[in-house]
Ligand binder design. Structure first.
Ligand SMILES: [Zn+2]
Length: 345
């Protein structure tokens, strides 16, 4: 089969046409991939930064965002059948550790991630445990189903923070930040403010429903503007999507006392942070967000997509056939594309 895999401890991925088909255990499902999304994680693996070098096994098939069709199922599988259109949760756990058994499988201690710790979905076929397979509703098109993984990050962050009738600051409008704008709006946020340093993305954030989008290349002034717009107090909710130390600090400054901050963006290294001013005296609630709640987030996503209140079309900017993977990665990494898909037809 065709596959994109990490062939060496350096930049890039290699394409092959003769990767063996993955093995299928009794409780596994073999899925024929139709469309795949390129994620920031795949970019780290492509660029082979410190995180990737410390985590990714050489030879692994990468990728974890996808939609496909069930090709074959193991003998003990009861949930899905061949021909069914599916996506899958990429965090795989045996489901028997303390966290999985207490409703927190998304942070299970034995989590293995598709395309990070085990062979992923940049391939014609992928094998996934039955428990991880998500049947796709017939009204949801392939290109939306293909991005349920990152959309789930946005939905998880927004729902965990709680945004209904609240003012919200989304700091960082990359792919997931932009998704968070449309999700927060659909979930009833009163007013959405955004920050970034990328003018076209700020413009898109406004189009998706932000009332104000601040370019923070000039760090002065915007925190005051947000406070002026919120009774001098600051926003009710901060959704931190950038991972940049300065953005994290300023985001907390723009958050009101007693507000809620949900942090999804990953800083590249440990950050210096004023806990006294930003958390303790502020009396705010800080939430760490990892992955998607299984399976609450997936049901919420399905409901939100079916409600037709999410605007995702302009976030999915490009699609390339798998053979043009270099162009696809380049388009994503240059910032020209937002969500870039690869097609396996
Ligand atoms: Zn991803």
């Amino acid at each position: 089969m065709r596959a994109l895999y990490k062939h060496h401890a350096g930049e890039g991925l290699a394409f092959t046409s003769d990767r063996p088909v993955p093995e299928l255990g009794p409780r596994d499902v073999l899925i024929r991939v139709k469309k795949a999304g390129i994620c920031g994680t795949d970019r780290h693996i492509w660029q082979w930064d410190d995180w990737a070098a410390g985590r990714i096994p050489i030879g692994i098939v990468t990728g974890h965002e996808f939609v496909g069709v069930v090709e074959k199922v193991g003998d003990a599988v009861t949930l899905v059948r061949p021909g069914q259109r599916v996506s899958a949760e990429g965090h795989i756990t045996k489901g028997v550790d303390y966290l999985s058994r207490t409703g927190n499988a998304h942070i299970a201690s034995d989590t293995q991630i598709l395309g990070v710790d085990r062979d992923g979905i940049f391939a014609d076929l992928v094998s996934v445990p039955e428990e991880n397979v998500w049947p796709v509703h017939e009204e949801i098109p392939d290109k939306i189903a293909a991005i349920f993984d990152p959309l789930g990050n946005a939905v998880h962050t927004v729902m965990e923070a709680g945004v209904s009738a609240k003012s919200v600051l989304i700091s960082g409008v990359g792919i997931i930040g932009l998704m968070a704008v449309t999700v927060a709006r659909a979930a009833g946020a009163s007013r959405i403010f955004c920050t970034d340093i990328n003018p076209p993305r700020l413009k898109l954030a406004k189009k998706l429903g932000a009332v104000e989008a601040f370019d923070v290349s000039d760090p002065n002034g915007w925190v005051k503007e947000i406070k002026d717009a919120t009774r001098g107090e600051g926003v009710d909710v901060l959704l931190e999507m950038s991972g940049f130390p300065q953005a994290i600090d300023q985001g907390f400054r723009a958050l009101r006392n007693g507000g809620t901050a949900a942090l999804l963006g990953l800083p590249a290294k440990p950050v210096e942070f004023d806990l006294n001013a930003n958390v303790i005296f502020k009396g705010c609630t800080v939430l760490g967000i990892n992955g998607r709640r299984m399976w609450e987030t997936w049901y919420q996503m399905e409901e939100l997509v079916l409600s037709r209140r999410l605007e995702l079309d302009e976030i999915i900017t490009h699609e390339f056939p798998i053979e043009r993977y270099e162009e696809a990665f380049e388009t994503m990494m240059s910032g020209e594309g937002i969500k870039v898909l690869m097609d396996f037809a």
